[in-house]
Design a protein around this ligand. Structure first.
Ligand code: NAG
Ligand code: NAG
Ligand code: NAG
Ligand code: NAG
Ligand code: NAG
Ligand code: NAG
Length: 229
């Protein structure tokens, strides 16, 4: 998801005009979606509460189809922070106080990032490892919070794309994914449309479509079409 989102961020940056066109076309009003400030209001984020857990996304509030991924956090080690600092300190804007580094996140899709705290508890600045290749990466702020019974919410502050995660061994039942996701207190136009696709397995034809890679792509396309309908 983050990879998709990141590449989307970058392309949006390059073509702001297209973004404007798109939002006019669908009349999206990001303004009335839950903001990061609202999302983390009255919460205190403790980095230690998310580490060493295999988190898995169970609900999305995003306009694009995304597959579920796993995410794992660890405390940001000095060695790791130094690597980011040495590589990026003179390049990245706005300037970074590396002392604010709190967490390192890794995903099952080979996307990783350093997270730095801001002056608001629960709002973090995300510096993707992709920045080593694209130092012009924009400022990325995300809201993070834990809600009962132990779900993690991850919200992109600018685009208001939100993800609900649970520990892999404590995933909500398929029937209650939407209901459980509401516990994060996030609202946007998109959440509703994504429950149908999680998990998508029952709608996929079984054996013949998994013979080789081409066929797999095809079945993904079919799934995609199905979702858009
Ligand atoms: C935005 O929409 C206008 C009118 O539909 C079109 O002429 C223009 O090319 C679009 N711009 C972009 C960047 O897509
Ligand atoms: C967007 O809003 C304008 C005016 O408010 C309306 O004319 C138009 O039909 C709307 N477009 C869509 C796709 O809903
Ligand atoms: C946001 O706007 C949509 C329609 O434009 C409306 O249906 C919805 O109730 C609004 N949500 C909030 C939280 O104000
Ligand atoms: C946060 O707490 C304050 C004081 O208890 C309350 O007035 C406010 O409504 C709360 N905000 C949210 C978003 O829950
Ligand atoms: C970061 O921490 C180091 C060591 O504690 C200190 O020397 C340095 O001034 C701090 N930098 C900033 C920008 O706060
Ligand atoms: C946090 O910093 C931002 C900009 O750096 C500032 O606009 C905001 O008022 C600050 N918030 C608090 C609670 O200090």
């Amino acid at each position: 998801m983050f990879l998709t989102t990141l590449l989307w961020f970058l392309s949006v940056q390059e073509n702001k005009a297209q973004e404007d066109n798109m939002s006019k076309y669908v009349n999206l009003s990001l303004d009335n979606y839950t903001s990061c400030d609202q999302f983390v209001a009255n919460t205190t984020f403790d980095p230690k509460s998310v580490i060493d857990i295999d988190w898995k996304i169970f609900y999305f509030w995003t306009p694009n189809f995304e597959e579920s991924y796993n995410i794992k956090f660890s405390l940001a080690s000095e060695v790791l922070v130094d690597r980011f600092r040495v590589e990026l300190d003179s390049e990245i804007k706005p300037p970074v106080n590396w002392n604010d580094s709190i967490l390192f996140m890794e995903t099952s899709i080979d996307f990783s990032a350093l997270l730095l705290k801001t002056n608001v508890s629960g709002i973090v600045r995300l510096i993707p490892s992709l920045a080593f290749e694209y130092p012009g990466v924009p400022l990325l702020l995300f809201g993070l919070k834990i809600v009962k019974p132990g779900y993690l919410g991850f919200l992109s502050c600018k685009y208001k794309l939100c993800y609900a995660l649970a520990p892999v061994d404590k995933m909500p039942d398929h029937e209650s994914l939407t209901e459980e996701a509401q516990k994060l207190g996030f609202w946007s136009d998109f959440g509703r449309t994504h429950t149908q696709i999680i998990p998508p397995l029952p709608t996929l034809p079984p054996e013949p479509y998994n013979k080789d890679d081409d066929d797999e792509d095809e079945s993904m396309d079919m799934l995609h079409d199905y979702v858009l309908l």
